[in-house]
Design a protein around this ligand. Structure first.
Ligand code: SGN
Ligand code: CA
Length: 551
């Protein structure tokens, strides 16, 4: 099957004896742009009340916006592994950020490369093993840094001057410039932004200085009517967002005087270190470590900006409620500032493709590794199967197949991306991939085929760890969500998203939902059978079970 496609793909090139042949259709290029923690609430194409993202909106205007795309395990490494393999975490083996990805698995970039694509990966990788299946790769080690970041490029370390988003953009364009133009390309442009600790580019330091952002209506959530996981997490803006490290409330003088930094931010999956860091209040040291990556000139601008925040913070006493509101505003200023550079990056790469005549033969995908809480439930971070964290933005521009300005409400998942891209490239989708191709949805103005799935599946494992979100699994249909928290708890939650879109009232066990509940349990069992997550409450999973190696 695969060979047949290879021969077909080669035909136009063989027949090319005259000039019009240079326009002959061939496999499409693929540009897959992914950010880290960019929630749909911060994209104007999704109706953001917070920010304008004109270049992302262009992708939506000229392509398709998916409104019901969901991550299957809301955290970085796991989501990235699902995207590459088209398989759920319990099958690809990367269940939490402390794992090492088995790079010998079948991934869609490998299959593209084998079929004649030139492949590249640039930016945040976060899978703890060297990338495989790329002709060129230049990755940030671990989480990477915003300023003067280190990259590992085809195995060789190098530190780059400047701001991470801009460097990733430049590396992407320079790969496109020097690539082998006789081949289609597949480029993964994986940004670090807008990941914590939300450090803006110099040109955006003051972008939102005077903006007052609307607050989510559940910013002051008290976690009543929900189970203990919602109460026991450690991701509250009020209690767990750090004034110094996260919100940069420090003076240049304090930072210059701070010494004895221990490299705690490099050990971020080690709970003991993190808790110790919390206790020791070494926030200033953590801030200093990232601050010290800036040049003297950059530090000067930085201090001019954040000393004003420091003064504002010191200027009055605040009640706990006022403090949450103040912190929320600072959080939004910084988080959204980092997105300005991402939006510019998308614009620059689109313009480059346009200028070189490749844009319309390129499938451009924009997504994020998961969603993120922007103050909803009083939270930052993700992990939970609640909407803001589970939902992923997904924009696809590909005029050959996708009508401009369309939207889709088809229930889709990150495990669908690999099958979709292989399918669009005319390649066979390996049986072992668990996602479904979205090609029919893309080709049919966003409408799902009749026999499309009725629910998406979810399973989160990283506990105990950062932010202390308990393990859970569940499903989401177009209307309901059923969740089971386990491992350090054992209870269920049920939400009716039509009557309770912000998931504030757990309806599990209520008589009037008995029928719905029964059906959801049945559907959950079906999904667990289908996706082979048949022992979901098991603490230790047998990793790599059923993983087929590339022969
Ligand atoms: C870091 C962050 C956490 C975050 C994890 C995982 N802490 O450890 O807040 O949840 O990354 O994020 S930080 O103080 O070091 O920024 S993920 O997106 O990479 O999974
Ligand atoms: Ca992430």
């Amino acid at each position: 099957m695969q060979q047949k496609h290879l021969i077909l793909a080669a035909l136009p090139a063989l027949a090319c004896g005259f000039s019009s042949c240079s326009k002959a259709p061939r496999q499409p290029n693929i540009l897959f742009i992914m950010t880290d923690d960019h929630s749909a609430q911060a994209i104007s194409a999704y109706g953001s009340r917070l920010i304008k993202t004109p270049n992302l909106d262009r992708l939506a205007d000229e392509g398709m916006r998916f409104d019901n795309c969901y991550v299957t395990n809301s955290i970085s490494g796991p989501s990235r592994a699902c995207i590459l393999t088209g398989k759920f975490s319990h099958v690809n083996g990367f269940t939490d950020n402390s794992q090492t990805f088995d790079g010998n698995q079948v991934t869609y970039p490998k299959l593209l490369q084998r079929s004649g694509y030139q492949t590249a990966l640039i930016g945040k990788w976060h899978l703890n093993s060297d990338p495989q299946g790329f002709d060129f790769w230049s990755i940030l080690p671990g989480q990477g840094d915003y300023y003067r970041p280190e990259f590992v490029e085809n195995g060789v370390k190098k530190v780059e001057q400047g701001y991470v988003t801009d460097i990733i953009t430049q590396k992407t364009i320079s790969f496109l410039e020097r690539r082998d133009k006789s081949k289609p390309f597949s480029v993964l442009c994986y940004h670090k932004a807008p990941h914590r600790s939300w450090m803006p580019a110099q040109r955006h330091l003051n972008a939102f200085e005077h903006t007052i952002f609307p607050e989510p209506e559940n910013l002051l959530d008290n976690y009543k009517n929900r189970g203990e996981a919602a109460r026991r997490q450690m991701m509250e803006i009020a209690k767990h967002m750090w004034l110094t490290y996260d919100l940069k409330i420090a003076t240049g003088e304090e930072l210059d005087k701070a010494h004895n930094y221990v490299a705690l931010h490099k050990t971020d999956v080690n709970k003991a270190d993190v808790l110790a860091a919390n206790r020791q209040g070494d926030e200033l040291m953590r801030l200093k470590a990232v601050y010290d990556r800036m040049s003297d000139e950059e530090k000067k601008n930085w201090n001019a900006r954040y000393e004003k925040r420091w003064e504002e913070f010191k200027s009055k006493k605040r009640t706990p409620e006022e403090l949450v509101k103040f912190k929320y505003q600072c959080y939004m200023q910084d988080y959204l500032s980092t997105i300005l550079a991402v939006d510019e990056s998308v614009g620059e790469i689109l313009r480059y493709l346009e200028k070189t005549g490749e844009l319309d033969n390129t499938i451009v995908v924009y997504t994020s590794d998961q969603g993120f809480f922007l103050g909803e439930h009083g939270w930052f971070d993700k992990r939970f199967m609640y909407e803001e964290s589970q939902r992923m933005p997904l924009l696809v521009r590909y005029p050959a197949k996708v009508k401009a300005g369309t939207t889709s409400s088809a229930l889709s998942m990150n495990v669908d991306f690999a099958p979709t891209l292989l399918d669009l490239a005319g390649l066979a989708v390996p049986q072992e991939m668990q996602g479904a191709s979205l090609k029919p949805v893309l080709e049919n103005n966003g409408k799902a085929p009749k026999d499309w799935r009725k629910a998406v599946y979810y399973h989160y494992y990283e506990y105990p760890s950062w932010h202390m979100v308990m393990r859970h699994y569940g499903l989401r249909t177009d209307r309901y969500k059923l969740i089971h928290f386990y491992n350090d708890a054992d209870y269920w939650e049920l939400y009716d998203l039509q009557t309770d879109p912000h998931e504030m009232h757990n309806l599990y066990g209520q008589a009037q939902y008995a029928e719905v509940q029964k059906d959801l349990h049945k559907e959950l069992e079906n999904l667990q059978q289908q996706y082979k997550d048949t022992d979901p409450d098991e603490k230790q999973h047998e990793f790599f079970k059923g993983v087929e190696q590339l022969r």
